[in-house]
Design a protein around this ligand. Structure first.
Ligand SMILES: *[C@@H]1O[C@H](CO)[C@@H](O)[C@H](O)[C@H]1NC(C)=O
Ligand SMILES: *[C@@H]1O[C@H](CO)[C@@H](O)[C@H](O)[C@H]1NC(C)=O
Ligand SMILES: *[C@@H]1O[C@H](CO)[C@@H](O)[C@H](O)[C@H]1NC(C)=O
Length: 217
């Protein structure tokens, strides 16, 4: 019994350690405004001299602007991560505005470092994410104005505007630098490209199909 308890405690301790590391580290000071000119390589970005920070380091203007959705997918993302708003450095949070043309999609992708919670400001979105191996279950729902939906960290997810009007959503993400991996681009559009032999075997299709897909990305 005591031995089982000990195993349970070890397991719990292990889960706590790894849950902590699944998100951006906690700040050790009030702020650490990113210094884009620093040549120091650290996890995150080096701090600007705190005596030289200004209100504008914590500020971004532009999320009222409609994104240009004239592209084959019919969507546009305006990120507000540490790259656009240096005051986000070390704070473990960021946001995006996503615009969708009628029937436009935000193609399947993952954020390797963040959970994303979105709210629909205008329009109707079909959203979904896929659970991980071995289940691969699709969790999907239609969202209307004011609805909120969460995409758990790391899972492949997508959105489609299922209305005849343009749609807008705002997303919040649990990392200053969530990253984005679009499945199609990563697999078929890498640089240099993954060999067609590998992809043909991986997807169990003819090399011609792979080459067609590679040409799209
Ligand atoms: C980075 O360097 C450029 C060029 O020297 C300078 O104009 C800019 O103000 C610097 N940025 C910061 C945040 O120190
Ligand atoms: C939107 O993007 C398309 C394609 O890149 C471009 O041709 C068009 O001029 C852009 N429209 C605006 C209003 O910027
Ligand atoms: C979109 O427009 C088409 C054609 O006008 C119409 O048949 C359809 O019902 C509309 N769909 C929605 C969701 O409004």
């Amino acid at each position: 019994m005591a031995k089982e308890m000990c195993h349970l405690i070890t397991l719990l301790a292990f889960s706590f350690c790894c849950l902590t590391f699944a998100f951006d580290p906690k700040p050790l000071q009030d702020f650490c405004v990113a210094d884009p000119n620093s040549s120091v390589f650290i996890n995150g970005m080096a701090c600007k001299n705190p005596m030289q920070i200004q209100a504008n380091d914590f500020y971004f203007r532009g999320l009222h602007l409609r994104g240009n959705t004239s592209n084959p997918f019919g969507f546009m993302v305006q990120p507000v991560t540490v790259a656009q708003l240096p005051g986000l450095n070390t704070l473990g949070i960021s946001m995006v505005r996503i615009d969708y043309a009628p029937w436009g999609i935000n193609p399947p992708h993952t954020h390797p470092r963040a959970t994303e919670i979105i709210t629909v400001l205008e329009g109707t979105l079909q959203v979904g994410f896929i659970t991980s191996y071995p289940e691969y279950r699709l969790i999907t729902k239609v969202l209307y104005k004011g609805d909120v939906f969460v995409f758990p960290v790391g899972l492949v997810h997508f959105q489609q505007n299922v209305g005849n009007k343009s749609a807008v959503a705002i997303g919040a993400l649990s990392s200053q630098n969530p990253g984005a991996i679009f499945v199609g681009n990563a697999v078929f559009g890498s640089n240099p490209t993954i060999s067609s032999d590998i992809l043909a075997k991986a997807f169990q299709v003819d090399k011609k199909v792979v080459d067609l897909l590679k040409a799209k990305f």
